[in-house]
Design a protein around this ligand. Sequence first.
Ligand code: FDA
Length: 285
Amino acid sequence: MTHSSATRRVANRFVAGETVDSALAAVSELNAQGLSATLDHLGENVSTEAEAAVARDVCLEMLDRIRESALNSNISVKLTQLGLDLSVDLCRRNLAALLERAARYSSFVRVDMEGSAYTQRTVDLVSEMHHTFDNVGAVLQSYLRRTTEDVERLLAEKIRIRLCKGAYQEPDEVAFRHKSEVDHNYLQLAKRLMESGTYHGIATHDEQIIVALEQHARERGIAASAFEFQMLYGIRRDLQKRLRGEGWGMRVYIPFGSHWFPYLTRRLAERPANLFFIARNLFRG
Ligand code: FDA
């Protein structure tokens, strides 16, 4: 698929280039500011075993290169990128290869969460892998009605969770309809995670929620080392810096690669103001 140069310029704000080198350069820049990273090679819903193998190999290269460069970064991966649409078995083998390599380097693999059609399989596979590899973590989304139960299940298994609000279009049966419900659920679940004794990621740019959670941590005496905040590359850099400056852990999710269009579409959908940014770039030609 070809994209206009204007779309590409917009993508550059949210995506750290198309190559492993450009992504590592972004990690290095953030590390210099005291921020840690998680690298995501963009891609999802592969339809052949060969594509899944390529995706797995890029992730292995990322782990090797992060290690060689002594960078502070782990990786994030989507199961449909590792072949989940083809078979759970194939996906399991590819994920196990990543976890083995990451374990060798004392690194960590975060399994991103996709649309609700994949939630059960994703939670199940992360849970199964966690029996062998304690360096795997899941993502849960506060917009899903089922998430409170999933949180309890993964907490009981001491699995590290990244909590986000959720980025996919979901029907009312499975997801809360109103933003206020999603936000309320987020706040409650984040507090639960912070108090759990396992190290979780609080992934949001919602300043109101973040301020409430900072206060919660202070009131309950929850140490900064007990959890981390996480944000997306290029979004609320000011807040990323402020939180780090106040002594909280801050990890930036850095996507890169040529398959940036679905990712960019999700970022634009959740913040229509970004369309002005597109328009401005269109007028620049
Ligand atoms: P909300 O959307 O309510 O935004 C709060 C404020 O943040 C806005 O008012 C604005 O200031 C700022 N903001 C938010 N989005 C912005 C944007 N695109 N551009 C500019 N400003 C913006 N989702 C998922 O379904 N599966 C996953 O695995 C992940 N993984 C993930 C990792 C990390 C580290 C983060 C931060 C997020 C995800 N997400 C995700 C995405 C997440 O579900 C959600 O769509 C976005 O984070 C936006 O939600 P907020 O929590 O930021 O709140």
